[in-house]
Write a new protein. Structure first.
Length: 747
């Protein structure tokens, strides 16, 4: 009897102590995976799926319970078995027998005699007619396979969510920076007011107090927020590429780096993996899944950064151009990840069965939808290059919208294979963002004029200056128009093109008090005139048509100066080429930030062409009561005399204040110097040739010393980049009061 007891103890010890029992649900799942390779013949194949038959098989259930008891810890067993029983009730309408009751039927001395299921036999998918227990190394392989696979699945999702954490951190920095700048501006404004009240203190010559906060703020502007990324080029394209400012490039670089790191680390490959025996195949699978999940996780960010009505712009103070750069780069990274995802699965399928198997997969709806999603994502990038955006904007926009919708639909059906719908959590927000953006666009249209279909603007075209002037009545506008903001304009006269819209900065906000000046008083008209030869020309008579004597300008209106190019603006110029027209328009806005330039004592505008709209829109506020401005200098590079004539005639009263100096540089009509005669405006000077932007800005910095100087640039890319770099140079020379603003709409 003692001998039998001893043998029983030895057998039990051999079974339970050959190695430590494994914890967690993957040990339990490993037993099920082991037994899934076998078909037990105590059930009818007609009963349905393998899972349904497994629930009804007594041989399989006994084998499963014995495996769990031999290899797995007690913790978690009851919960797992309860879920397994619920699954069987749903799939096979059968409940599993009692775990303890089954085990009591197999005492230790009998278990040692039970057949072991080895991997070599299991991988042949045998049909069995007896209870068996998976062999130890086979169970170990199943356990490691599941643990690695589901660890990767979980970590893929964690890294996908990391995209949101990253941008949340970037936006938090932006919001903190905006708050700090607001506090600093209040301090500067208070100190500036003190200087104005006590001139005997030598306010213009007093150096700013170099506290730690001030030093950091100057350092930040000099090295991070203002400079171009490299090569002093930011607004000016390099070929068909544009490079964001340094601070934007830093955020984009860190985002790209984060994606590279998260797509290349933390892969668990195992020997003897049952799903993918070769480590190279495991790596392909894990990399493909990782890149696919992170690519999908980036979708809501792409849609969020691309919307017009983005609350993040208000929270951070960053403009549409900044978020548009983020939108493009997140889309580029997501597309590259989608391509890697597709290539990875293509390689794995080809390794398993060549192109024959690949063709079979093309009939699976989730697979071909995924392939189409990747192809269309690549197409979106191809049709979004800078050159196409600039030269054929309408074509770009239509393709962009249509292809983006197709990508969203195909991606939705690609992940539809996951019946739980867990991956749609990244698709539904895209639809929500798109819908909310359209609702807010409609809201802006309604607030401008509740009878949005009945807004009639006066449009006129000047052939000499190649400029369209648009007066839009705004008596019913519920949202105050502010300097420097812009509106999207739709022209409804031709229904074929009624959907097309472009953003234009407000050149002037006419409240009605200046209507006589805007209509071209004799005094304003005579301040600057061309010679008789040009006056008698047909072009000059067309220029005079900009004065709509018959129709009259609206008493309260927004004035836009529009340079015609291709498409929308070209049709607008052609429609109004013979005489001013009343056009039915739709106005959506305002958008953008209005910089409070009236808080600065010194302001320098560096503008080119129709960029004159920026200083024009700000001048009224800067010349109003309560403004701190004492010196406003406008350096304007303009090609045609006619555009200069138009601006002086219609807005000349804005330059009559002694605080304003307009320095005009005519760049194309230099051979006709004698054609331009200045008669009565002392605050306007005309020169010929391009302005030397670095010299102008250097002189302005030296003139103001340590006082605050706002430098606003709006013009061609080269001019804007020169202004940006010159501001950095001034900061390097110790002119710490310099602040840079660039007014431009970047597609």
């Amino acid at each position: 009897m003692r001998a039998n007891l001893l043998s029983t103890l030895l057998v039990t010890g051999a079974v339970h102590n050959s190695y430590a029992l494994r914890p967690g649900k993957w040990c339990l799942e490993a037993c099920e995976l082991n037994l899934n390779y076998a078909e037990f013949n105590d059930t009818d194949l007609a009963l349905g799926s393998h899972k349904s038959r497994a629930c009804r098989s007594r041989l399989r259930t006994d084998s499963l319970y014995l495996c769990i008891d031999e290899f797995c810890e007690v913790d978690g067993r009851a919960e797992w078995l309860s879920r397994a029983n619920e699954t069987c009730m749903v799939l096979g309408n059968a409940s599993l027998p009692s775990y303890d009751a089954i085990l009591r039927q197999y005492p230790p001395e009998e278990r040692i005699l039970i057949q072991r299921l080895y991997a070599d036999e299991a991988l042949t998918f045998p049909t069995l007619n007896e209870v068996l227990i998976p062999e130890e190394t086979f169970h170990e392989r199943a356990f490691m396979t599941l643990e690695a696979a589901f660890y990767e699945y979980d970590i893929h999702l964690v890294y996908g969510w990391a995209m949101f954490y990253f941008w949340a951190a970037v936006l938090a920095i932006g919001m903190t920076n905006r708050l700090a700048i607001s506090v600093l501006n209040l301090r500067k404004q208070g100190r500036q007011s003190t200087f104005q009240d006590t001139p005997e203190a030598g306010a213009p010559n007093i150096e700013r107090k170099q506290g730690l906060f001030i030093k950091f703020e100057v350092f930040f502007r000099r090295y991070i927020s203002i400079p171009a990324t490299f090569n002093k080029r930011c607004s000016e394209p390099i070929g068909w590429c544009t490079i964001p400012s340094r601070i934007q490039s830093l955020a984009i670089f860190l985002f790209v780096l984060l994606n590279i790191i998260l797509c290349t680390v933390d892969y668990r490959t195992t020997e003897g993996n049952l799903y993918w025996p070769q480590k190279s195949t495991q790596l392909w699978r894990f990399v493909s899944d990782r890149t696919g999940i992170i690519s999908l996780a980036n979708f809501p960010l792409i849609w969020l950064f691309g919307m017009r009505n983005n609350v993040l712009m208000w929270l951070t103070g960053w403009g549409y151009g900044t978020y548009n750069n983020f939108h493009r780069w997140v889309a580029r990274v997501s597309t590259v990840e989608a391509v890697i995802h597709s290539i990875g699965y293509t390689v794995m399928i080809h390794e398993r069965g060549g192109w024959v198997l690949f063709r079979k997969y093309l009939y699976k709806h989730y697979f071909w939808n995924g392939e189409l999603a990747t192809i269309f994502m690549c197409a979106v990038l191809a049709f979004s290059v800078y050159g196409l955006r600039r030269s054929h904007y309408e074509t770009f926009l239509i393709l962009h919208i249509v292809l983006s919708i197709v990508v969203l639909f195909t991606m939705y059906y690609h992940v539809a294979i996951f019946t739980t719908g867990e991956w749609n959590r990244f698709i539904y927000p895209c639809v929500a963002v798109w819908f909310i953006d359209r609702v807010l666009r409609a809201f802006r249209i309604f607030t401008f004029n509740i009878q949005f279909w009945n807004t009639k603007a006066i449009a006129s075209y000047d052939a000499d200056s190649n400029l369209v002037k648009l007066d839009v009545p705004c008596e019913n506008n519920l949202m105050e128009a502010k300097p420097g903001t812009y509106y999207y304009i739709y022209v409804l006269d031709n229904l074929l093109y009624a959907h097309q819209n472009h953003p234009f900065t407000v050149a002037y906000i006419n409240t009605g008090k200046e209507s006589s000046a805007l209509n071209g008083s004799d005094n304003a008209h005579s301040l600057l005139r061309p010679s008789r030869r040009r006056t008698n020309s047909t072009e000059s008579r067309e220029s005079d048509s900009l004065l709509p004597q018959d129709q009259g300008s609206p008493l309260s209106s927004l004035v836009f100066l529009i340079r015609p190019y291709d498409g929308f603006t070209s049709r607008l110029a052609k429609k109004t080429s013979l005489s001013p027209k009343n056009l039915r328009v739709l106005i959506e806005g305002p958008y953008g930030h209005s910089v409070a330039l009236q808080q600065y004592r010194n302001v320098l505008f560096i503008v080119g062409g129709t960029g004159i709209a920026v200083p024009l829109s700000h001048l009224s506020a800067m010349l109003s009561n309560g403004s701190s401005a004492i010196s406003i200098r406008i350096v304007w590079a303009v090609r045609e005399h006619a555009l200069l004539l138009l601006v002086i005639r219609d807005f000349g009263f804005l330059f009559e204040d002694e605080r304003v100096q307009l320095e005009v540089h005519v760049t194309q009509d230099e051979e006709d110097k004698d054609d331009l005669i200045i008669e009565a405006m002392k605050n306007v000077t005309v020169q010929f040739g391009r302005p030397n932007v670095p010299v102008v800005i250097k002189e302005a910095g030296e003139e103001v010393g340590q006082e605050r100087l706002a430098i606003v640039a709006c013009g061609p890319g080269q001019m804007a980049d020169q202004a940006r770099q010159s501001c950095v140079d001034l900061l390097a020379q110790g002119h710490n009061g310099v602040e840079h603003f660039e007014e431009s709409f970047k597609w």
